[in-house]
Design a protein around this ligand. Structure first.
Ligand SMILES: [Ca+2]
Length: 468
């Protein structure tokens, strides 16, 4: 077995990008590699941004980001919930290939079971984590001279060996499990905020989004003079994870709830919109800082939601929501900005996924992918720049017994929430099941899924769920 590691990661300089005329003449140093800012929201719906047609929600800074770059309308994540989706972003691989193909989560919390720290320490969500043989994006970028920081929701394992500082990040402030109370930062009564590897309760009482904003801004100010990878995976607007009953849903500061005076301040929808707008403000400060330090033109900014909208969200016109195999679970808003490269204010309807982000970023910054690692995506920058069609023709999803495939314009779903074959080019809402009238199409989609499943079963096994 080959375990790709840091030592085998080699760097190439993309000569066309990096060798300035001055350098070729023996003059000044080459231009700086582009910075990377990846922002992920949590359970935000397809219609929960102004720039995606959400008229009732206030997202001026995300709208500004879209106005300066490209907005994707046919962009998918790899799983309809948090953990595997975030794992695919950082590995560039299908969940079934990197081994994280379900949540690291204790189901007992749904039955109001309270954990003390000793019981929590040996519970499944504490001991699961992304296989340490997986090479994560910050590890690869480090070979290119990047400093990397993550501020927010890690969600890829809580034991020290799984935590961000052991996976290539230089700084971490946030929580490692899959959800917290926004104010206490506890998960079902267990303190969960960390600085680096250690739990901290120092900021208890401060709204989590404001803390991630504070830390991301601090990182930008300190690291602005060298190439950086800043990863800001918010937990907003995910419902809070605490033991309050009835379930509180999304928590939001009063200041932002008051920005929606027409809504019931106690409703899930009002608080969801308030949490999104608070997050949008945090994103705005990061964008402002890039502008102030004249870094915007040399910074690739990517924003997307880790899965379809959950409690309080609006997924229109898509069918279903978080957890589902229909489009509402897996098709998400995504914005990419790279001034001077990606035309401003454009819309891209091409078939693309979060698997493309890893190879796209490495190509853009001139760092070679890790040797011996199978990546499931490709460089989508030419597509984002309007210079070509997407190479993606297929995508597959599996969550326990639920399965789905998109092949070209057609989608097959076989799940507890429903099944059928749909033509997305005319039926984005997946209302018209074609499986009876097009049995040959159903068979073709099922065959493509079976071929993908066979490939996943044959790849080098990864933990923690697989028996090998
Ligand atoms: Ca999520």
């Amino acid at each position: 077995m080959r375990a790709p590691g840091f030592a085998r990661i080699t760097i190439i300089l993309a000569a066309a990008c990096w060798t300035s005329p001055e350098l070729r003449a023996g003059g000044a140093s080459p231009p700086r590699r582009p910075n990377v800012l990846v922002i992920v929201s949590d359970d935000q719906g397809y219609h929960d941004l102004g720039c995606y047609g959400g008229a009732e929600i206030k997202t001026p800074h995300l709208d500004r980001l879209a106005a300066g770059g490209v907005r994707l309308t046919s962009f998918y994540v790899t799983w309809p919930a948090c953990t595997p989706s975030r794992g695919s972003l950082l590995t560039g691989r299908y969940p079934q290939r990197n081994g994280t193909y379900d949540m690291f989560r204790n189901d007992l919390v749904d039955f109001d079971v309270k954990y003390d720290k000793h019981r929590y320490a040996v519970s499944p969500e504490m001991i699961g984590g992304m296989d340490v043989r997986e090479v994560l994006l910050p590890r690869v970028l480090k070979a290119g001279g990047y400093v990397s920081g993550i501020f927010g929701k890690w969600d890829l394992g809580q034991l020290r060996r799984f935590l961000p500082l052991q996976r290539g990040f230089d700084e971490f402030y946030g929580f490692a499990n899959t959800g917290i109370d926004y104010w206490t930062h506890e998960r079902y009564c267990v303190p969960s905020m960390r600085r680096g590897n250690e739990i901290t309760t120092r900021d208890k009482g401060t709204y989590a989004t404001h803390l991630f904003q504070r830390e991301a801004v601090r990182f930008l100010k300190v690291q602005k003079d060298r190439p950086f990878f800043l990863y800001v995976p918010f937990n907003a607007p995910h419902a809070a994870s605490n033991l309050d009953r009835p379930r509180p849903g999304v928590q939001a500061p009063d200041k932002y709830i008051r920005m929606y005076p027409e809504g019931d301040p106690k409703s899930h929808r009002t608080r969801f919109m308030a949490a999104v707008t608070c997050m949008d403000d945090a994103i705005g400060e990061m964008l402002d800082l890039l502008d102030r330090h004249k870094l915007s033109d040399n910074t690739i900014v990517i924003f997307f939601s880790d899965n379809g909208g959950g409690v309080g969200s609006d997924n229109a016109p898509l069918r279903g929501k978080k957890g589902w195999m229909f489009e509402g679970g897996i098709r998400v808003p995504c914005i990419v900005r790279w001034p001077g490269k990606i035309p401003a204010g454009t819309v891209c309807d091409e078939f693309l996924t979060s698997l493309e982000i890893f190879p796209t970023l490495l190509r853009a910054v001139g760092v070679k992918p890790p040797e011996g690692v199978v990546l499931d995506g490709f460089d989508m920058m030419p597509v984002l720049c309007g210079k070509g069609r997407s190479k993606r023709t297929e995508m597959f999803w599996q969550r326990r017994g639920d399965r789905a495939a998109r092949v070209g314009q057609f989608k097959w779903v076989d799940s507890q929430k429903g099944k059928g074959v749909f033509d997305l080019s005319t039926d984005i809402g997946e209302r018209n099941d074609l499986s009876k009238e097009r049995p040959e199409l159903l068979a073709r989609l099922q065959a493509r899924f079976a071929a993908w499943r066979k490939e996943m079963d044959a790849c080098e096994p990864r933990g923690p769920f697989k028996d090998f």
